[in-house]
Design a protein around this ligand. Structure first.
Ligand SMILES: [Zn+2]
Length: 303
């Protein structure tokens, strides 16, 4: 574990806003379980708020290499079982993307592709698609099920040519990566000058977060950075982007999966609801939910 500086301003002047399990901020968890795509390990980590720029983040964190290694291994059947529902969300998202590109379809790069649900939707709509994903099993799953070849690894090590994409997407990714500023800078390099960046993230300043406090469902050990519209604008600006849209991002999952995710918060409630869900065979019911997820569309800053 190492002490982490603010990823936006570089300061290490902070105050603790969420103590975590232990006073020194140490955690002791199975990293492979924490860094699975379907991870629902509730955050036991110490969250701090930068006194200079207000970014909230976890410190100390594991070494970046250990985090990437943990993401790379393991299989995640539970996660891909939800792709059908994710595609409902992504069809809506793609419409938003196409609004920003004024209906033009070109080359799209999805970072942290997971099981490829977004790329499948985009490909079916006529986009030329590419994806990067550290998890080997998910890459294979995507190729076998959708016929889309995903580059296994991390963005920083890719060999794509600069200015070669019309759109770059980061779905539920920015809060996971060890260095969000570096990730965004690399996106800027790979995007064409009139390209569009699309990011979604859980907003820790949102009403659901304020109401649920330490029970907010996005306080997960797998999340390292907690943005608000203010800090997200700052990191975009620092890395050469200008946001053109912030909006609520409704996601859809099956009721069965939501009950599974509920287990970490209340085993009793999950058991009772699980019983009724099975009894009435409601596991496949589509449930749209919004608990602070925010969609951001940005373009390159011109200066
Ligand atoms: Zn800061």
């Amino acid at each position: 574990m190492k002490e982490i500086k603010c990823n936006i301003c570089g300061s290490n002047d902070y105050k603790v806003v969420h103590r975590g399990l232990k006073d020194d901020g140490s955690i002791n968890l199975d990293t492979k379980k924490v860094y699975a795509s379907s991870s629902n390990i509730v955050g036991n980590d110490r969250i701090v708020k930068c006194n200079v720029c207000e970014l909230k983040y976890v410190t100390p964190q594991l070494e970046a290499k250990d985090i990437v290694d943990a993401y790379s291994e393991g299989s995640d059947e539970k996660f891909v079982s939800q792709n059908k529902w994710r595609m409902i969300t992504f069809k809506r998202c793609l419409k938003e993307v196409e609004k920003a590109t004024r209906g033009q379809k070109g080359k799209i790069l999805d970072i942290g592709t997971a099981g490829g649900a977004f790329l499948k939707v985009a490909k079916d709509e006529g986009w030329d698609v590419a994806g990067i994903e550290p998890n080997k099993w998910l890459c294979n799953w995507c190729e076998e099920n959708y016929g889309i070849k995903i580059q296994q690894g991390i963005l920083e090590k890719t060999k794509y040519k600069s200015k070669s994409f019309d759109v770059i997407t980061l779905w539920d990714v920015l809060e996971h990566v060890p260095d969000p500023s570096a990730t965004l800078k690399k996106c800027r390099e790979l995007l064409k000058d009139d390209g569009i960046l699309v990011v979604n993230y859980p907003d820790i300043g949102s009403m659901p977060s304020k109401l649920m406090r330490s029970k907010w469902i996005f306080l997960l050990s797998v999340h390292l950075w907690y943005f608000t519209p203010k800090t997200l604008k700052k990191i975009l600006s620092k890395t050469g982007f200008q946001p053109i849209l912030f909006k609520k991002h409704w996601q859809t999952l099956s009721l069965g999966y939501l009950v599974y995710r509920m287990e970490e918060y209340s085993k009793v409630l999950a058991k009772i609801s699980g019983f009724f869900v099975r009894l009435f065979r409601l596991g496949n019911l589509s449930i749209p939910y919004w608990l602070g997820q925010t969609l951001v569309v940005a373009k390159k800053k011109t200066n």
